[in-house]
Design a protein around this ligand. Structure first.
Ligand SMILES: [Zn+2]
Length: 301
């Protein structure tokens, strides 16, 4: 592949990712990424199973990926991104001349734009990414991100953390945290609303039992509940509560209202239903969290 078509290929990949981001937000389903992007009358893969990915016919990597966290094993989401907002990315193996390592070195020299797939259970694509430094001593590349595309490559190192911060912002980290929490909670609840059993992932949320901002409102599965949009909103607004013995309780004034099927079947019928909880003991809602939250519901009623 000559450098002109390599450049066009990268642009096609970024356009495709932008479209996916418009549909899915920051975290793109793996099934979509696997399809690859349309380019010169075919589709080009964008990532390998893990690590440094060089597209067919090319010699410079298009993407780098960190392995997804292993099930049941928590891995800090940003273990490789330092406070300086730079990613330390390990070589493939220990051979500095390995094709993939040589490819990343070339991306650095030619200042080519890459995609970084940040694994959060699903993948969070970050682009453009630039290889800013190469350290054969520690077998590590330093990778930076620049949303404005004004600077790249080694200039990023000199630009200071403020310029780099443009991409890996605090908001983005929070969103990654939320995506990770949602993913874990939905897996634990087998993608089903704990109150009504609805099984449409697009309509499910990971609700906090003790809210975000509460001293113990951590984004951990025992403080989470998979709830459909309507039951999530109803729980957050104290239209319904969950007793520590896992029984759903609908607020008294709501039970007395008269209205159409959404009220009748969507809310009133949930009264006294038993909450559906994960089988794994470590995933079940923690009783003291439910208890504290239920007291709030009682006070609001
Ligand atoms: Zn529901």
């Amino acid at each position: 592949m000559d450098s002109a078509s390599d450049g066009l290929m990268r642009m096609a990949a970024f356009t495709w990712l932008r479209d996916l981001r418009n549909i899915y937000g920051d975290v793109v389903p793996f099934a979509e990424l696997q399809k690859g992007f349309p380019f010169s009358s075919g589709r080009v893969r964008v990532m390998g199973p893990q690590g440094i990915f060089i597209p067919q016919g090319g010699s410079v990597p298009l993407s780098i990926t960190t392995a997804p966290p292993k099930p049941g094993k928590d891995r800090p989401y940003d273990d490789q991104i330092g406070d300086d907002h730079l990613l330390r990315y390990k070589y493939r193996g220990t051979d500095i001349r390995h094709r993939e390592n040589a490819g990343l070195r070339r991306a650095m020299v030619e200042n080519l734009q890459l995609i970084y797939f940040w694994a959060v259970g699903q993948y969070f694509p970050v682009w453009p990414a630039f290889v800013a430094a190469d350290d054969p001593g520690s077998l590590t590349f330093t990778v930076g991100f620049d949303a404005e595309q004004a600077i790249g490559g080694r200039e990023l190192l000199e630009a200071g953390a403020d310029a780099r911060r443009a991409y890996i912002t605090q908001e983005r980290r929070v969103r990654v945290h939320q995506a990770q929490f949602r993913q874990k909670v939905l897996v634990a609840y087998r993608s089903s609303c704990a109150i009504c059993r609805l099984r449409h992932t697009e309509l499910l949320d990971a609700a906090h039992i003790l809210p975000d901002g509460h001293p113990r409102g951590e984004p951990i599965v025992p403080n989470g509940l998979a709830l459909c949009k309507i039951h999530h909103a109803a729980f957050d607004r104290n239209i319904l509560g969950i007793r520590p013995d896992l029984q759903v309780e609908v607020r008294a004034d709501i039970l007395e209202e008269v209205d159409g099927p959404m009220l009748r079947y969507g809310l009133q019928a949930c009264d006294k239903k038993q909450l559906l909880v994960p089988r794994r003991p470590g995933d079940k809602p923690r009783p003291e969290f439910l208890d504290e939250r239920y007291q709030q519901f009682r006070e609001a009623s």
